[in-house]
Every structure is written in C-alpha cells, then in structure tokens.
Design a protein around this ligand. Structure first.
Ligand code: IDP
Ligand code: MG
Length: 160
C-alpha cells in the first residue's frame, strides 16, 4: 500500500532516453525517436545538447570503477546528444526492450541496438534501468521549464 501511494504521489512512470553522439553523427536521430513515438509513449522533453564532463560522470556514477569509464565519458561528451523524457505506464522496461541488449551483437534484430549498432562502446542509445533512475536522470538532464505536461490528441486511441 505505502509503496503504491508513494509511487502515485511521484506521478507517472518516466524514462530518460538519450541518443548518444554516434547516433547523432550517423544521422539516426529521426529513426530512433520514431520507434518510441510509434510505440505510443508520451514525449515530455527533447533537446540537442553538448554534455559537459561533470554531467556525464554524474549520470554514469555507478560505473566509475569500471575500466572503460574514462572512455565512456570521452564517448558521451564527444559531440551532441539528444536528450528525451518519455512517459507512460511500463515505459522503463518497454524502452529497454525497444533498445535491446547492451552489446549490440547480442541485441535481438528489431531492437534499436540490434538493428543499428555493432559494438558496446558505440551502442547509440541510453535508456533508464528503473523508474527511480528515470526520475533521477530526467531531473539531472533537464532544467525546470524544459518538461511539457500535455495530452496528445491520440490519447483516447492509445488507452481505453
Ligand atoms: P546499458 O546502457 O545497456 O544500461 P550499462 O551496463 O548501464 O548498459 O553501461 C552503460 C554504458 O556503458 C553502455 O551503454 C555502454 O555505452 C558502456 N559500456 C558498458 N560496458 C562496456 C564495455 O565493456 N566496454 C565499453 N563500454 C561499455
Ligand atoms: Mg545502464
């Protein structure tokens, strides 16, 4: 009861999705956004952004002991990224499925990484791994006023 009450006070489920610099450089922005848009989730925030080093380090702080951490930070800050906030019941797990496994060679065909990438170090997209991290990452990457609360015209055709 209490966890559900707390969850409802925190509002709807959200995922932070980010097209990494390789996705932007390779001209995959429209293709990647389309997959989430067509699925039926709600886009609440969107921007092209050059990520500073300290933000990249904060975003990936759980990985800071990994040997690949310095290269990961270099990769994420190497050019603009596309930051997105997506909303919807089940969006976090569903977005992870749409994105596919971390290693694109193990990602299923039909997923973004399975269709569009070949290496873990260039896996084109990020998706939050829990609803808590979805909230945390959206608060980290977006400023107040950059998130839009709106109801799309197609809402009654997506959910009964
Ligand atoms: P995820 O993005 O599928 O959630 P995580 O394990 O959270 O995967 O790792 C975050 C990111 O760090 C990956 O998407 C990838 O860009 C990078 N990464 C993870 N493992 C490796 C590795 O072994 N070599 C190089 N980069 C890695
Ligand atoms: Mg992760």
């Amino acid at each position: 009861f209490l966890p559900r009450l707390v969850a409802s006070m925190e509002g709807p489920e959200e995922s932070y999705i980010m097209i990494k610099p390789d996705g932007v450089q390779r001209g995959l922005v429209g293709e990647i956004i389309s997959r989430f848009e067509k699925k039926g989730f709600l886009l609440k925030g969107l921007k092209l952004f050059q990520c500073p080093k300290d933000l990249a380090e904060e975003h990936y702080k759980d990985l800071k002991e990994k040997p690949f951490f310095p290269k990961l930070i270099e990769y994420i800050t190497s050019g603009p990224v596309v930051c997105m906030a997506w909303e919807g019941a089940g969006v976090v797990a569903s977005a992870r499925k749409l994105i596919g496994a971390t290693n694109p060679l193990q990602a299923e065909p039909g997923t973004i990484r399975g269709d569009l990438a070949v290496q873990t170090g260039r896996n084109v997209v990020h998706g939050s791994d829990s609803p808590e991290n979805g909230k945390r990452e959206i608060a980290l990457w977006f400023k107040e006023g950059e998130i839009c609360e709106w109801v799309p015209a197609q809402a009654p055709w997506l959910r009964e």
